[in-house]
Design a protein around this ligand. Structure first.
Ligand code: PEP
Ligand code: MG
Length: 325
């Protein structure tokens, strides 16, 4: 099977009926790029920059961040690279930031919420990203967005940083897409409003599922409620993709679900444009997608939308032969 997969390293991800999607990879550091390139990913769909900030005693400098972002952009040779701004808090702590102890860290002061308050820290990251932008195809993504105001404020800070750099005669790309993670139910439900403010969406199912089902993604006691195939998740994902397309924008997914064999046909049928996953899942997903027809996947979604439970949906995908055994 591995040999079959390897043949597809340089092949496009095209379904049997000629529909093309992008298969991208998630990374945590530039060291992950070897695996990304070896597995034929067509881009980076999620670069989790928090690892640059972790396991140390102080914030990384602008220069240090610039070097890391530049390395990823250069090595991807013009393929799209979605870099997510700092998503710290929740399960990821930064001892040197002295963050408040909270009862519910997953519902608390984290990610974009923290960046919009610690503006110097955020500005440093934005400057590093913009400086790196001339070395490849950069797309910037903000995490944990709950309101349109957050998007506007983050974009305003980005525009300010760009002007500042241009004033310093530093080259910045004119072609940087700016998008958001859709991982909070408010944003998924109101996606049509957010779609007017951004260039793309990337659905973060790891968090979207825990917030929608109110089931902590780390808790074993409620793991049975952490349901990727819950009818509500299917509906939210559909709403996000439809809203993006209505505005002529693209929608991706960078949560674990994007690489699951049972989810791939549903996401194809829903019209997902970009699937981002761990590098080792890319070739199996490409193999599966090349065996599918988009029209069949759309029929599958129509049936799945009538199911009442996650089990029914998962069984439907399996019974209809959409998963390669
Ligand atoms: C997600 O929430 O789906 C996601 C990709 O982000 P993280 O796993 O880093 O929270
Ligand atoms: Mg997340």
């Amino acid at each position: 099977q591995k040999e079959e997969w390897a043949k597809l390293v340089n092949e496009p991800t095209e379904t049997e009926d000629g529909h093309t999607v992008e298969l991208a990879a998630n990374i945590g550091t530039p060291n992950d790029l070897d695996g990304v390139l070896a597995n034929g990913a067509e881009g980076i769909g999620l670069y989790r920059t928090e690892f640059l900030y972790m396991g140390r005693n102080e914030l990384p400098s602008e220069e240090e961040q610039f070097e890391a972002y530049k390395e990823v952009l250069e090595r991807m040779q013009g393929k799209p690279v979605v870099i997510r701004t700092l998503d710290i808090g929740g399960d990821k702590e930064l001892p040197y930031l002295d963050l408040p102890k909270e009862m519910n860290p997953f519902l608390g002061f984290r990610a974009i919420r923290l960046c919009l308050e610690k503006k110097d820290m955020f500005r440093t990251q934005l400057r590093a990203l913009l400086r790196a932008s001339s070395y490849g195809k950069l797309k910037i993504m903000f995490p944990m967005v709950a309101t349109v105001e957050e998007v506007r404020e983050a974009k305003a800070m980005l525009a300010e940083a760009k002007e500042e750099l241009q004033g310093e005669n530093i080259e910045v790309s004119d072609d940087i897409e700016v998008g958001i993670m859709v991982e909070i139910p408010s944003t998924a439900a109101a996606a049509e409003i957010f779609a007017k403010e951004v260039d793309f969406f990337s659905i973060g199912t790891n968090d979207l599922i825990q917030y929608t089902l109110a089931a902590d993604r780390m808790s074993e006691k409620v793991a049975h409620l952490y349901q990727p195939y819950h009818p509500a998740i299917l509906r939210l994902v559909k709403n996000v993709i439809d809203a993006a397309h209505k505005e002529g924008k693209w929608a991706g997914m960078c949560g674990e679900m994007a690489g699951e064999p049972a989810a791939v046909p549903l996401l194809l049928g829903l019209g997902l444009d970009e699937f981002s996953m761990s590098a080792t899942s890319v070739l199996p997903a490409r193999t599966q997608l090349r065996s599918l027809k988009k029209t069949d996947a759309e029929g599958l979604v129509e049936e799945a939308m009538k199911c009442a439970t996650a089990d029914e949906i998962a069984e439907l995908v399996e019974n209809r032969g959409f998963i390669i055994q």
